[in-house]
Design a protein around this ligand. Sequence first.
Ligand code: PEP
Ligand code: MG
Length: 555
Amino acid sequence: MTELRGVGIGLGITHGPIARMAEPLPAPEDVPSALGADAETARVREAIAAVARELEERGATAGGAAQEVLEAQAMMAEDPALEDEVGTRLAAGKTGEFAVFDAFASFRDQLAAMGGYLGERAADLDDVAQRVIARLRGVAAPGVPDPGHPFVLVAKDLAPADTALLDLDKVLALITTEGGPTSHTAILAREKSIVAIVGVTAASGLADGDTVIVDAAAGIVTTEPTADEIAQAERREADRAAAADAPITPGALADGTAVPLLANLGKPADAAKAVELGAEGVGLFRTEFLFLSSSQAPTVEEQTKAYTELLAAFPGKKVVVRALDAGADKPLAFLNDAHEENPALGLRGLRALRASEDILREQLTALANADAATEADLWVMAPMVSTVEETEYFVTIAREYGIKTAGVMVEVPSSALLADKVLAHADFASIGTNDLTQYTLAADRLLGSVSSFQDPWHPAVLQLVKTTGDGGAKHGKPVGICGEAAADPLLAVVLVGLGATTLSMAPTALADVRATLLNHSLDDAKRIAEAALAASDAASARTAAQDAAAHPKEN
Ligand code: PEP
Ligand code: MG
């Protein structure tokens, strides 16, 4: 038995056999065929037909939208124009692998150049080519494997395209060797409640068929588990299922201290599910969804309709709406038109709104209209606020529109460090730990090569959360958390210990966070937070908090 460590997502535990995600195949070399054109043509025909049938079969099993995608891929594989292109290359003496690689690549480039819907199909063509080449080479096709039984998927990291077709009935758990707690895999795992551990570097040594226990709560993958260990894991799985069915209570610590648990939402249509999962309101409504697909800002009427739909789902409850956060990872053509070398450090968030103030004013008008038409308690906050002056600017302009509660997001270290002064003006602060981590550690949140820096457990980030919490306490103003960090159950306890008064997260994370908060009193949370704060890096902060949580103080 060996224990491999990583960062667990959520509190799940499960066990099962490993199936590894095959790596992309290296490009075939352009060497002359030793078999001759006829033999190569026969091989390629067989491989293409087999791949097309396999895609159709997978589609028939999956059904729904996935079936349409897979059937379209099968048709692409057998496209006669593509077959001609492959044939020309085979006739010129190329190997089957190279002919397929080269012909598909030239088709791919043509599709990509068309843009739009067809352009988006280019990646599908790559996938088909990889499958055909894998078959010609007699190796496993890249992408999510299908061993025919439920399995624990081991991958480097999952691309969005890999996850779209993930069959949640078959994938028991996810283990990635790369990626941190804000990686695409982690976000997907949280969204879909899949047991997951990311950043398990040593998992690259696991082989297909090995049985493992995946304990996300501890962040441990146990290899070659004993029958006793499996039985214990099964008991914990059953206990967790029972806890998930427990009645939903308002978020609170063991001593009764209330910690309202709120939802992060991106569309009004997601409100019903959040309410069902026990969200006590909304802690972050990302308004970008309304803007991202349009080439110009939506009208006041369109915005009023969307905000009214959202607020109407939460009568009497708090709903925190964020003013448009454009730029960097959420670029908008009509707001971020200038080329910037470092858009994350550029004219983004409130800076961009201020430069196009009419858009901010229209948004505030629509929010005020929706507020007047509904019973929710509307709070509005500005993204990417980095100075006290910007805070005053936003609060003043929001008040002009009758917004009663106007606050700021703390995502830039300068705002955290001066939280005392920021909160003298703002009615509340909400800490966006995703950006706060990015700016504190100077690590682009979208860049895989620096993802190991993107860890909100880093004591420097925790220190900034504490400074913000202290600023809130001094003025008696709420300080919420709305970054991914709030969805990590133990980190949620730490954040409360550092002074967070509410936690907002993807609704699927609510149950685990709710259950974990109930295990600790406020004093306990403060003690666990101190242990994490005293560490010198993210991994030791997490371990220190785990130890402190496992060993309650003796009275
Ligand atoms: C954050 O930065 O933590 C946050 C919640 O905002 P977003 O992820 O939308 O940038
Ligand atoms: Mg942010």
